[in-house]
Design a protein around this ligand. Structure first.
Ligand SMILES: [Zn+2]
Ligand SMILES: [Zn+2]
Length: 988
């Protein structure tokens, strides 16, 4: 049977992917390089030990090769945390490297591998001249891959001999290639072809923790390798190109495409007939794939989420930075005897784990089901079922509106039993069954040091972790980032490159783009008119974010910034308005989103979140060193500070500058910390499916995500605020004992007093007299960006004192401040204060009596700036809405100082410090300093100007204070910040 292989001359040579690559190279350069290398090759291959210096040197330096050295080294790898304690040991699982003998290997399997990987295997002597050309091309393009140019013999050597080396430079790669070819020729002289192929098939990485074809056959098909059919053999051969991407369970499409190519090659090379090819193509092989991992039984305790993420990052580093194949990387990691020094801080990890797993942190806990059932029927056909089939059974058969969540674990198990008895037929036997309940809602947490990029702790889900390399919601799962993305995609680029400032205003009004109308999370409060980017951050205003992106930034620049911030999951479909609101095609991982915010925390410099500092090989040589990680600047330090300052304000109690009765409050007060400055951004996605908070202290950046694995709404499953409590509890503990150094303002920023309705310089005597109060405030600006123009959204108009409308010649007149608003927009809080367009219909032609001797403050009207005579008849103005006293007053000192528990805490003791909101009357207007702290004022008076930086605790940022009442935010973080914030469905 095996003799046939050797006699089987391929009918024709197929075009490899390697030769395609050549087209992309500048032909002239390629030709010259090719000639050069060809000359070297001829010398190397034919001349052997001819003594040509360079070639000889390379060959002399080649590792020894013998029959023993082509099996993996077999040294365990040790993982150390940042305190030097061993946290995990990586070993080749013995049960996962069972070796098949040559006689056990079916011909279809051998032929499949030879056809796709090395069609001249049975003919060549270790290297294949045609393959060499492809290899050179691969080296030159930097895309050398296992299938592209190497013979099976070379691949065997590459995977099993060159562990622990480095191939970073072009020269090293060339050298390695030469050594590989030299050793391949040498090995062929010492080892029989059959044994070479057997060793190769026994050591390749076939995904799902399966090394070698024997394990893979059991893993994927539940059978011995000798029983594999042509169809099944080609599935396994297809995995070699990339054990993750081509995995037949998780990468079915890629595997299926590759399998079709293999079958075509096998036909082209004469191994199979057209009928066999068609029969294999018609086979529904993927439905037979064994979903149940019956082999990968954990010996000891499973790896932690941190170790899982570490393994993934180290593997990628071996592939990307050292030029390894996935198999090589796996072999080196599990048997190279490495010492891996991680960034994990055991104390911080313990804090994260205990809060994530504290049942008290979840208002409502339910269970979802992970179910796998494999049934063999009386005709030996295999059928696979999962929890998706159970859900379908509910929706299509029972029609009971079941949403996939169970109240108890027992209910979940009982449901699986019920389903099983409904589908099992006579003669069926159960080949395998696994059942696992998963706590819902789920959560993920990432904690990192923004200065070094070191990930200090990570948690990929609550509940007991039962298997290694299981679903990691912090690093693997992509979810919609919601409003957290406003900062990343819109506000950061607006401030950094698009000419906007924190004070730049956009008109918050109904906004329709194409066929989509965007809403605010506070839509019951109406639209608020002119609102700044600072407002957009503090109150998480959707329209402001979208207009910032669409009118100022452009989606293209927004995507570019997000990418620079380390977000790798954006697609071509994300160049649109939804980018502003974090409605992305694919979503983001918690790890990458936290890394993006860490950039802001680190004064604008991005460092990739790292899980290890150093990797040392078996011989004590450092092979990867992260102690000086690569960084790049994403935003200016001024931009980082401005964003930080506004995000810090969103964790403080602030109420949007608006008419009384409109209560739009800071969105992140629950993340306010007891004794540490904090800045951050919340996010909630449509229908309350995902909730986020990503924020930072001067020391650490942390991101929390919560949601149900199958996207059930949180409205019915714990609400939309518990994640912020988890974040706050963890970060309070993490911050214990650390000094609050605040967020220092860089030299690149300065302050100026501006009008909050225009972002421009106030018009003296006008902007202070907005109908709702003093609209001036002190803002931070990047130096050179302080506006020079005066407010163009406020104006004064002369109106009839009685009707408030445009005066007739007979009307008593008064002057008032009016808002200038865009025409043709929906009603907003500003539009009601716009200049009237109708003319008074009270006075007609009759001259009114004017008593000019009785001036009074405009305290009955809502915006009298001028001194107007008291009217004897009722004043009807279009501006007076609601029955609350207005906060407008000509006496500037009183603006915003209405009695309110927010302003004057009755007990300014230590416990209430964080809730303290000094009234404007007690705080100097210009209070910028080089340091701001976002925690509450302390008793030290000398700190007072430090503490009240613009927009942080400066009450002017609070807008006018409304009447005391239940809707006013009076509580600190975690308390009843506002009914709007924590009410059902109150997303932002
Ligand atoms: Zn103004
Ligand atoms: Zn009139």
């Amino acid at each position: 049977m095996n003799k046939e292989n050797e006699n089987n001359t391929p009918k024709k040579n197929t075009v490899s992917s390697g030769s395609k690559k050549k087209r992309y190279i500048n032909k002239a350069i390629f030709k010259a390089v090719k000639t050069f290398f060809l000359a070297l090759l001829v010398i190397a291959v034919l001349g052997g030990a001819m003594g040509i210096g360079m070639i000889k040197g390379i060959i002399d330096n080649a590792p020894d090769v013998d029959v023993d050295s082509i099996v993996p080294l077999g040294y365990a790898t040790t993982i150390y945390n940042a305190s030097g304690q061993v946290t995990d040991t990586l070993v080749m699982a013995g049960s996962n490297r069972e070796e098949a003998t040559y006689d056990e290997l079916p011909k279809v399997l051998i032929d499949a591998f030879v056809a796709i990987e090395d069609s001249r295997f049975w003919k060549h002597r270790g290297i294949d001249t045609r393959a060499i050309l492809r290899a050179i091309s691969g080296v030159i393009t930097g895309k050398s891959s296992s299938g592209g140019g190497s013979t099976i013999t070379q691949q065997l050597i590459k995977n099993n001999v060159f562990n622990g080396g480095r191939e970073r430079s072009f020269g090293e790669k060339v050298e390695r290639k030469f050594q590989e070819m030299y050793l391949a020729v040498k090995l062929e002289k010492q080892m029989d072809k059959k044994l070479i192929l057997t060793n190769y098939l026994n050591t390749i990485n076939l995904g799902s923790n399966s090394l070698g074809v024997k394990v893979a056959a059991r893993r994927y098909f539940g059978k011995e390798v000798s029983d594999l059919t042509l169809s099944e053999a080609t599935v396994i051969a297809a995995i070699t190109k990339g054990p993750t991407k081509y995995n037949p369970i998780t990468g079915q499409t890629a595997n299926s495409d590759r399998r079709k190519i293999i079958l075509q090659y096998m036909y082209d090379q004469g191994y199979i007939t057209k009928e066999q090819q068609e029969e294999a193509l018609a086979d529904d092989v993927y439905s037979r794939i064994q979903n149940i991992n019956t082999l990968a039984k954990e010996k000891n305790s499973p790896y932690s989420y941190f170790t899982d993420a570490l393994i993934s990052q180290v593997t990628q580093a071996f592939i990307n930075e050292m030029g390894y194949t996935e198999t090589q990387a796996h072999n080196l990691l599990y048997s190279g005897g490495l010492s891996i020094y991680t960034t994990q801080d055991p104390n911080l990890q313990q804090i994260v784990d205990s809060e994530v797993n504290n049942p008290a942190n979840y208002p409502d806990t339910k269970y979802s089901l992970e179910y796998r059932l494999t049934v063999t029927d009386s005709e030996k056909n295999t059928h696979n079922y999962s929890e998706k089939d159970i859900n379908k059974y509910h929706s299509e058969t029972l029609k009971d509106g079941f949403n996939g969540l169970y109240q108890t674990e027992e209910a979940a198990k009982a449901d699986a039993e019920k389903y099983k008895s409904a589908i099992l037929k006579d003669g069926d036997t159960i080949a395998g069954e696994t059942l696992k309940t998963v706590l819902e809602p789920q959560v993920s947490f990432v904690l990192m040091d923004q200065k070094t990029g070191a990930v200090k702790a990570i948690n990929g889900g609550r509940g007991e972790k039962t298997t290694s390399l299981s679903l990691n919601r912090a690093t693997d799962t992509t979810r919609q980032p919601g409003s957290t993305f406003k900062v990343i995609s819109s506000f950061a680029p607006a401030l950094d490159t698009s000419g906007a400032t924190l004070a730049t205003t956009y008109y918050d009004a109904e906004y329709t783009l194409g066929d989509k109308t965007f809403k605010n999370w506070y839509d019951k409060q109406g639209y608020l008119g002119w609102s700044s980017i600072r407002d957009g951050i503090i109150y998480s205003m959707n329209i402001v974010a979208i207009k910032t992106l669409m009118e100022t930034v452009t989606p293209r620049v927004g995507v570019q910034y997000a990418t620079d911030f380390g977000i790798s999951t954006l697609t071509d479909q994300d160049y649109n308005a939804s980018l502003a609101l974090g409605g992305l095609t694919k979503g983001v991982t918690n790890l990458e989103l936290t890394g993006a915010f860490a950039t802001i925390a680190n004064q604008g410099i991005y460092t990739k979140p790292m899980f290890f500092t150093k990797i040392v090989d078996h011989n004590g040589k450092t092979i990867l060193d992260n102690t000086s990680p690569q960084t790049h600047r994403v935003i200016k330090d001024s931009t980082a500070f401005l964003l930080t300052d506004a995000m810090a304000a969103s964790t403080q109690n602030n109420r949007k500058f608006a008419s009384s009765g409109i209560n739009v409050n800071s969105t992140s007060t629950r993340a306010h910390l007891d004794h540490m400055s904090v800045a951050g951004k919340s996010g909630t996605t449509s229908n309350n499916v995902d909730v986020w908070f990503v924020g930072f202290t001067p020391y650490y950046t942390a991101g929390v995500w919560a949601g149900c694995d199958e996207n059930q709404t949180l409205s019915d499953n714990g609400g939309t605020s518990f994640h912020k409590d988890i974040w706050r509890k963890i970060m309070n503990k993490v911050s214990e004992g650390a000094q609050d150094i605040g967020f220092p303002a860089p030299d690149s920023v300065e302050t100026a007093v501006v009008c909050r309705k225009s972002g421009k310089l106030p018009i003296p005597g006008v902007c202070e007299h907005d109908p709702r109060g003093d609209s001036t405030y002190t803002e931070y600006f990047a130096k050179g960006t302080v506006p020079t123009e005066v407010c163009d959204h406020h104006t004064t108009v002369t109106v009839c004192r009685d009707s408030g409308l445009l005066p007739t010649p007979n009307c008593p007149t008064t002057t008032k401040v009016a808002l200038i608003v865009p025409s043709g927009q929906s009603k907003t809080d500003d539009s009601q204060y716009a200049a009237p367009s109708a003319t008074c219909n009270i006075h007609g032609g009759v001259n009114p009596i004017i008593d000019s001797s009785a001036p009074t403050l405009g305290d009955e009207g809502d915006a009298g700036v001028g001194v107007a005579p008291k009217s004897s008849h009722p004043i009807v103005t279009p501006r007076q809405t609601g029955n609350a006293p207005t906060s407008a007053d000509t006496n500037n000192e009183h603006v915003g100082a209405a009695p309110s528990p927010v302003i004057k805490p009755t007990k300014p003791d230590k416990k209430n410090k964080s809730k303290e909101q000094p009234s404007e009357a007690t705080v100097p207007e210009t209070t910028a300093s080089s340091h701001i702290k976002t925690t509450a004022p302390t008793k030290s008076d000398t700190d007072s100007d430090v503490l009240h930086g613009p927009g942080v605790t400066n009450p002017r940022n609070d807008g006018p204070v409304a009447t005391p009442g239940p809707s006013v935010s009076t509580d600190g973080p975690g308390g009843q910040a506002s009914p709007i914030l924590i009410g059902p469905g109150g997303g932002e």
